[in-house]
Design a protein around this ligand. Structure first.
Ligand SMILES: *[C@@H]1O[C@H](CO)[C@@H](O)[C@H](O)[C@H]1NC(C)=O
Ligand SMILES: *[C@@H]1O[C@H](CO)[C@@H](O)[C@H](O)[C@H]1NC(C)=O
Ligand SMILES: *[C@@H]1O[C@H](CO)[C@@H](O)[C@H](O)[C@H]1NC(C)=O
Ligand SMILES: *[C@@H]1O[C@H](CO)[C@@H](O)[C@H](O)[C@H]1NC(C)=O
Length: 956
């Protein structure tokens, strides 16, 4: 989380200031472009030399005279186009962070679905779709007749001359009018991107309130271009450099998309599709297949910033069970730490013994526990009671932190002055492993089940050029610890130490510790003083040079990439629209790491800034595996780069308790799950910042039940919003969780499939109905899996929603009433505050659990209830994947296929046991055998049985 409110207005102001910067005459108009020569056909593509075609314009750096172009048909559906400087000096995303996709199945140009063509002078290239691949998708798209328009041009760089400088790249493609473009996250802008006057900036940023139209925490430079009847393709620019991607029209109406990148190279992957799902699958081959998360991770998670002590944690757990709202996992934010220092516990509010005790209670009940860890390490050699702070000391001694001008770079995060791990240091992983293995030891530490990592953009409360010690003081870091208290109420189900009278402090009735309640009578007040004294003492130590050097030698010669002066690293001439930038010098470094920092291996922070969160993600997943080698790690991060889904899940950051953010959460989630291959994703339910309302939280509880990652979380200054706080919200949560938990294996199967071949587990409507032009802009409805259409009420105080039903057959979830979609909007009325409309797409066999349970462990004991929802052709199909839900290597799995065509056929492998207790056939003419009840009005036949899941054909 971040400091609330204070920075929100500032970010917005910064964005406005940016846009008001006076515009000089366009320095790019004089850029000469390139001429291609020496074009050599290769077995799987071609190479060519590019030479600057005139006088250098040096618009935002120095033009590079000689370039080389490499084109490779990586496989039938993927084309790789790389333009780099002839000497390969320019920075390229390191293989260690983004392993290059497998090109061992490269094909000849003739065998590829896409066609690359080039014009030598002025140099330009185009990527076309070949028509002869269309017949294979005639079956998939309904508007079959339109498809035969051949040779669709997907990308045409002739729209503007290529500019390739040491600190700036410009590449523009012409596009058809009114394109349907998606992706280029992370953002909170419309799911279908604006086509005019639109800038998407890529620069990781701690973005409190996830403001509209600004750069946020992570970066995924891939877009999907959906041309309905002419197919869908994807374009991925493999670059971690800061950039502005502009989507706009020229004054004479030519539509374009333009990359403006602060360095690096042009490294493009074209994905042929032609269906949206295939583009996702093809992108997964480039970015990597997402990690499978543990089954329990799909349960309900409860968190907040401001659970002040172990009583607060225990009480929330007890309140959930008293309210009979299934709670799977309890979380703790940075409150558990001693003065906000990672790898410590507060000895009074979260003493390790008590923490271990409540974790034991949770584990005994098959519940789970998760805490937050930040990358920044308190710049302190000691922690409480003058114990040595090994986390800092080891990394400082071994040089694992980031350095600037020979001293550890200092920022300010929650504990005050901090140092930042350098993930490029070859020793950093082992250090991080050792820290996590020790602190989160099952035998003597905080025995977490999953890990939450935050502030990894990397976030820094210290503005560029300010004195960290001053900022620590003026910002009051670490914040005052809340007063100690005795628990005022008995907490059912917890040991004596958690009951009233077990500690010598006065009771108070507040579960939380918002600042306005943090009494000054802190019995341990003196400790903070002591710790800041000890921090001050370090100022004199030789390890520490607190003075920031504003001038100094340029980074050493071993820096990777084109040599750039310090000013060029701090203030690249092309200024991207980073919302934290006010002044050019240091604007990119503002509230993060200084961009002139050179990492241990020579990488320059300006080039690798956008990788920090993903590198911490990988290191953290590895550390969790070192801690529990046989169990699937679940790591939830804030900052991501392309490919992060291989290692982590993602929550959508510090949103606000507002209706627009409730609505936006759908597009945010779909971006990560369907476009960026990070399928474990969700927003903070009921909102993080500000105060929620009863009806917003009630609606959000039901919508959140259809996020893959379902967590209620809010900030320390917000009112409590656990689902039991209001009867309406509790009821909404119970009803939605009942549906979610019955559907757990359905979504787990979808997540498994995505981890195997990249098929999205959550789907925008245009993924399921690519031929229907009306669904291209829909962002308030989505498919959970590919068969359950979710159409939440999206306006405050409304109890109806206008939802689009594609031209297909649907069934209302649970009542199983048949609804014929007409490819039109319908009004769904009387949707109470505890309800959410769900429709099952005809053609589906849905494997439900027969009943929900309090925990996912209980749910897994239930047999299956198969719901057969025939399509208009009378057929249905579905699948089910079963395993133990937790092991990295599975001993036994079942992969089951269901096919219905008057009879239900079950085939597949059945090594992991499952049972079926009920089969419900929708739109049925009557019972086909014994043990069946038929409801004539609803046309629903229900068969009861006790059947082991195995190969069988049933008349139902
Ligand atoms: C979009 O193009 C128009 C001219 O056609 C220009 O005035 C405007 O500044 C451009 N917007 C962006 C974000 O580049
Ligand atoms: C997108 O376009 C709409 C309509 O022109 C505009 O109101 C909105 O501000 C634009 N959004 C962004 C993020 O540019
Ligand atoms: C950093 O952000 C602050 C606002 O929070 C602003 O006052 C300052 O000018 C910015 N610094 C730079 C270098 O952009
Ligand atoms: C949230 O509610 C609390 C308690 O009523 C109040 O003190 C606080 O100012 C509210 N916050 C906002 C952002 O309205």
């Amino acid at each position: 989380m971040m400091l609330p409110v204070v920075f929100a207005g500032v970010a917005a102001a910064a964005a406005i200031t940016n846009r008001q910067l006076p515009t000089a005459p366009d320095p790019l108009s004089a850029c000469p472009g390139y001429t291609a020569s020496d074009v050599q056909q290769s077995a799987h593509g071609l190479t060519a030399s590019l030479k600057l075609a005139g006088t250098a314009c040096d618009a935002f750096g120095r033009d590079i005279e000689d370039l080389k172009l490499t084109v490779n048909y990586d496989n039938e559906n993927r084309l790789h186009v790389k333009i780099e400087d002839a000497k390969s000096i320019a920075y390229q995303v390191p293989e260690s962070v983004f392993p290059r996709p497998d090109a061992s199945a490269s094909v000849s140009a003739e065998d590829a679905a896409l066609e690359f063509s080039l014009t030598e002078s002025p140099f330009a290239f185009a990527v076309k779709r070949k028509d002869r691949y269309w017949p294979s998708i005639l079956l998939l798209l309904s508007a079959a007749a339109d498809i035969l328009n051949s040779g669709e041009v997907l990308f045409a760089s002739g729209a503007a001359p290529l500019v390739f400088e040491d600190q700036y790249l410009r590449l523009r493609t012409a596009l058809p009018k009114s394109p349907n473009l998606y992706g280029l996250g992370e953002h909170t802008d419309p799911f279908r991107l604006n086509d005019t006057d639109y800038t998407r900036t890529m620069w990781s940023r701690d973005a409190y309130g996830v403001p509209y139209g600004t750069n946020l925490y992570g970066n995924h430079p891939i877009y999907f271009d959906h041309r309905v009847a002419s197919g869908t393709h994807g374009v991925f620019l493999l670059s971690s450099s800061g950039m502005d991607i502009k989507i706009n029209q020229t004054s004479d109406g030519q539509q374009y998309l333009e990359y403006n990148v602060v360095g690096g190279i042009v490294d493009l992957y074209f994905l042929a599709g032609p269906t949206p799902t295939q583009v996702s699958q093809q992108y997964a081959q480039v970015a990597g297949l997402p990690a499978m998360m543990p089954y329990w991770g799909l349960g309900l998670h409860q968190c907040r910033y401001g659970y002040r002590d172990y009583y607060a944690i225990a009480e929330v757990v007890a309140n959930y069970s008293e309210a009979n709202i299934p709670l799977e996992t309890m979380w703790t934010d940075i409150d558990y730490m001693y003065d906000r220092a990672i790898m410590t516990t507060d000895p009074d509010r979260f003493p390790l013994d008590r923490v271990r005790q409540y974790v034991d209670v949770l584990h005994d009940r098959h519940q789970h526990y998760v805490v937050m860890v930040d990358p920044a390490v308190a710049y302190s050699t000691t922690r409480d009671k003058n114990q040595s702070y090994g986390t800092f000391n080891t990394a400082a001694e071994k040089g694992y932190f980031l350095y600037k001008d020979g001293a550890i770079f200092q920022g300010v995060v929650w504990p005050g002055v901090t140092a930042y791990p350098d993930w490029f240091h070859p020793g950093a992983q082992d250090w991080w492993n050792a820290e996590l293995v020790d602190f989160f030891s099952a035998d003597k530490g905080v025995d977490i089940d999953a890990l939450w990592i935050d502030m990894n953009e990397a976030a820094n409360f210290n503005n560029f050029g300010e004195d960290p010690l001053e900022t620590e003081k003026s910002g009051g870091f670490p914040p005052q610890r809340p007063a100690l208290r005795d628990q005022p109420r008995p907490i059912f189900g917890f040991p004596a130490e958690f009951q009233p009278g077990s500690s010598p402090y006065p009771p108070d009735s507040w579960s939380y510790a918002p600042p306005w309640l943090a009494a000054p009578s802190d019995p341990n007040h003196g400790k903070r003083q002591a710790s800041s004294v000890s921090r001050k003492r370090q100022t004199a130590s030789p390890l520490v040079s607190r003075k920031r050097q504003t001038t100094g030698p340029a980074p050493n010669a071993s820096a990777i990439g084109f040599p750039r002066s310090r000013d060029e690293l701090l203030a690249p001439k092309y200024q991207i629209q980073n919302a934290n930038t006010v002044a050019a010098l240091g604007g990119l470094s503002n509230k993060t790491l200084d961009t002139d920092i050179v990492h241990y291996d020579g990488h320059v922070e300006l080039d690798v800034h956008n990788l920090y969160g993903s590198m911490m993600s990988t290191a953290s997943r590895n550390a969790m595996l070192a801690r529990r080698p046989n169990r699937r790690p679940m790591v939830i991060t804030r900052s991501t780069f392309a490919g992060a889904g291989k290692h982590v899940g993602k929550w959508l950051g510090d949103n606000l308790s507002q209706w627009d953010q409730y609505r936006f959460s759908i597009a945010g989630m779909l971006g990560f799950a369907a476009l960026y291959q990070v399928p474990m994703v969700g927003s903070d339910i009921c909102g993080f910042g500000g105060n929620t309302t009863e009806t917003l939280c009630a609606r959000w509880a039901s919508l959140g039940a259809f996020y893959t990652f379902m967590r209620n979380h809010n900030g320390d200054t917000s009112i409590p919003q656990e689902f039991y706080q209001w009867p309406l919200v509790a009821e909404s949560a119970r009803k939605a969780l009942d549906m979610r938990y019955r559907l757990l294996d359905y979504i787990y199967t979808a997540l498994h499939r995505q981890s195997v071949d990249g098929t999205p587990s959550l789907n925008p409507l245009f993924f399921v109905y690519p031929g229907d032009a009306h669904v291209a802009a829909i962002e308030l409805q989505f498919f959970y899996g590919d068969s359950v259409l979710v159409s939440p009420v999206t306006q405050e105080n409304e109890t109806s929603v206008s939802a689009y039903l594609p031209d297909d057959r649907f069934y209302v979830f649970d009542t199983w009433e048949k609804v014929e979609g007409a490819g039109a909007e319908v009004t769904l009325d009387n949707v109470g505050f505890t309800d959410i409309p769900l429709h099952v797409r005809g053609g589906t066999v849905l494997p439900l659990r027969a009943k929900s349970g309090y925990t996912t462990t209980d749910v897994r004991k239930e047999p299956f209830h198969l719901v057969i929802a025939p399509g208009r052709d009378g057929k249905a199909s579905g699948s089910l994947y079963l395993d133990d839900g937790d092991s990295v290597e599975q001993k036994a799995v079942s992969e089951v296929a269901f096919a219905y065509d008057g009879q239900l056929q079950i085939t597949g492998s059945f090594d992991y046991e499952g049972r079926v207790s009920r089969i419900t056939v929708l739109d049925s003419g009557g019972c086909a055998s014994d043990g069946c009840e038929y409801d004539e009005t609803r046309r629903v036949a229900t068969y009861t049985m006790d059947m082991k899941l195995g190969p069988v054909t049933l008349s139902v």
